[in-house]
Design a protein around this ligand. Structure first.
Ligand code: SF4
Ligand code: ZN
Ligand code: ZN
Length: 311
């Protein structure tokens, strides 16, 4: 297979574009898509702080490098990387080590936020004590909260997330299937500012997952390949598989799902979406009732665990 733009051998096929690309045209096309997204999602941002959520995996490694490169010519923009340690031994330690290697190589300030210290519990502890609950349902909520708190502590004007095209298309599909149209507005990338929340930016929105991997590989970015031991229980796994099948039969499905969200937002169909009129009585985050979701889940975590009585 030859590159569609030169004579060099292709390293990737892109059926949704009807083309193949050699390594240098591939890297160029990814850079261009990321640049366009920054331009669209963060127009005229020339001064301030950008926080990047860095898990230590491939997506956030690419997002951090892209952010640093995009703002390299603007000394008035500071970049800081944030890593949440959810307390998942055997998995998170290796990803934190990879995140530290990358931030050292790039010369980026790096802060690690530990769930155990901030919230008084960890994902692993909760998984042990509440085995019937899917770990991602609280782990994801708490991580979002800790990232937001850390971004605010760092004085960030925006929070960059490493969500790729597959991640975002899965989220759109999940929300549509569940009829949760208002969540479409709440998901990243954010169009509007909401009190108490640092707006989230997703510069990899047009880059499929496997291209993010190839990009990180070709550039020798340090990242960890490990998978969270709780990932097999995540509800989105079914949507990942369905989307793969759809994409194989109908190339461009993922982009269409993202366009669907954009059109719904353009028409105001998912506007006004908010967590509610008020703020959480405990932490001040947006909330519909007395407590935000994160504080509600912390209540569950603090309940005494009833151990079975041995005969
Ligand atoms: S896969 Fe689920 S439990 Fe594991 S780190 Fe991600 S959100 Fe947390
Ligand atoms: Zn080429
Ligand atoms: Zn709260």
């Amino acid at each position: 297979m030859r590159c569609s733009r030169c004579e060099r051998p292709a390293v990737v096929d892109q059926p949704y574009r009807g083309s193949h690309a050699c390594a240098s045209h591939f890297l160029e096309s990814v850079d261009e898509r990321i640049r366009r997204e920054f331009h669209r999602q963060l127009p005229k941002f020339g001064r301030g702080t950008i926080a990047v959520a860095l898990s230590g995996g491939k997506d956030s490694a690419v997002a951090l490098r892209a952010t640093q490169r995009y703002f390299a010519r603007r000394p008035t923009v500071r970049v800081v990387a944030l890593t949440v340690d959810e307390g998942i031994p055997g998995y998170r330690d290796a990803t934190i080590a990879a995140a530290q290697r990358l931030t050292r190589e790039l010369g980026v300030e790096h802060r690690v936020v530990r769930m155990a210290e901030r919230l008084g519990t960890t994902t692993d502890r909760m998984a042990r004590e509440h085995p019937d609950t899917i770990p991602c349902s609280y782990c994801g909520v708490w991580r979002r909260r800790l990232l937001n708190d850390a971004a605010r502590d760092a004085g960030a004007d925006a929070l960059v997330l490493g969500f790729n095209l597959d991640d975002l298309a899965q989220t759109v599909l999940m929300n549509l299937v569940r009829g949760e149209v208002d969540r479409l507005a709440r998901m990243a990338p954010h169009r509007t500012r909401r009190a108490g929340l640092v707006p989230r930016v997703a510069p990899l929105a047009e880059v499929p997952e496997r291209e993010v991997y190839l990009y990180a590989y070709l550039l020798h970015l340090p990242f960890d390949h490990g998978e969270c031991p709780h990932a097999n229980r995540a509800a989105r796994n079914i949507f990942r598989e369905v989307l793969w099948q759809l994409e194989e039969s109908i190339p461009g499905t993922r982009q269409s799902l993202l366009r669907t969200r954009e059109r719904l937002l353009d028409r105001g169909m998912a506007e006004g979406a908010d967590d509610g009129p008020g703020v959480c009585s405990r932490c001040g985050a947006p909330a519909s009732g007395g407590l935000c979701r994160s504080c509600e889940l912390l209540e569950v975590a603090r309940q005494p665990v009833l151990l079975p009585v041995r005969p």
